[in-house]
Design a protein around this ligand. Structure first.
Ligand code: 2HA
Ligand code: ZN
Length: 301
């Protein structure tokens, strides 16, 4: 290689580095990236994300995609199969947290700890178009995210955009005391905090223990979330959907708070499960009627 080639190579590398730096900083300023960072930070501050615990994804709108496209890599990564096939998600773009990444670090360095993946035309693979730098990959629960996005997108006519997976202490503790039954869990949560039925009038779904990151967990979660906008994973945490970051985060927060109140009340009377006072089915119906809520009647007596 001659001297001039060397100079050209150095200039090219310099230009690419400069462009990378510009696109990185600007990408981080996008509104949906900032909202995503805030949700991860809020979860960290509430103790939902020990180590690399938890993960999140956001399905970009066409407007988000327009505003983000100029920051995408010149060449996306190769396609990587994700173990589930979700035709409804073909061509969609998801902002996702990275596998093994700590959610407490997302806000300070979104391009290292999260990134945007495009879903393949057949809905069975992803490739990285922004972020997830230095060989990072999307969350180990990418299958659950993509499969559930497909289901929630259909169930809500496209309104659902956020999926949030957290490991809240009280909720996990409560699942050690209960069978994996959505009705039993929902009734406990509704019965001890007045606003529970307002936050989740449809109730919450629940799955028995499964291997994290498995296709079995992904498919079972998507199935449960045809009906529910949250699915509790026994001895693991919760997976929740929302139209925006406030909705998904608020749902997890409300579910965990009710679990915490229940456990405190139960502990305060020596562990006895029969609380002397609880919100009755009549009270739940009255609340639903006052606020015109889509109450899940099958969970009442
Ligand atoms: O992202 O929480 O369920 C780590 C996990 C896997
Ligand atoms: Zn988890």
């Amino acid at each position: 290689m001659g001297f001039l080639d060397d100079v050209q190579g150095t200039l090219d590398r310099g230009m690419n580095a400069a462009r990378g730096a510009v696109s990185t900083v600007a990408g981080e300023q996008l509104g949906f990236v900032r909202g995503f960072c805030r949700m991860c930070q809020d979860g960290w501050e509430l103790g939902y994300h020990e180590r690399n615990g938890g993960n999140a994804s956001y399905r970009l709108t066409p407007a988000d995609l327009n505003s983000a496209r100029s920051f995408f890599y010149d060449a996306p990564s190769s396609w990587v199969a994700m173990g589930v096939t979700v035709p409804e998600m073909a061509g969609e773009h998801l902002l996702v947290t990275g596998s093994g990444k700590f959610l407490r670090n997302v806000k300070d360095d979104p391009v290292a700890n999260s990134g945007i993946v495009e879903i393949s035309p057949s809905g069975d693979a992803w490739r990285i178009v922004w972020g997830l730098k230095d060989g990072a990959r999307p969350t180990s629960e990418i299958g659950a995210h993509v499969a559930t996005h497909g289901v929630r997108k259909q169930a809500t006519d496209g309104a659902a955009r956020v999926l949030y997976h957290a490991h809240p202490n009280a909720l996990i503790a409560l699942t050690a005391l209960l069978p994996a039954d959505a009705r039993t869990l929902t009734r406990l949560l509704w019965s001890c905090v007045t606003e529970s039925v307002i936050a989740f009038p449809g109730g919450v779904g629940m799955l028995p223990w499964k291997v994290p990151g498995s296709a079995d967990l992904a498919n079972a979660t998507a199935e449960v979330m045809r009906e529910f906008d949250a699915c509790v994973w026994q001895l693991h945490g919760v997976f929740a959907s929302g139209s925006d970051f406030d909705e998904a985060f608020g749902l997890v927060n409300a579910i965990d708070k009710a679990a915490d109140v229940y456990l405190r009340a139960r502990a305060a009377q020596g562990g006895n499960a029969n609380l002397p006072f609880a919100i009755s089915d009549g009270d739940l119906r009255a609340t639903a009627s006052a606020y015109d809520l889509p109450l899940n009647e099958t969970f009442l007596s």
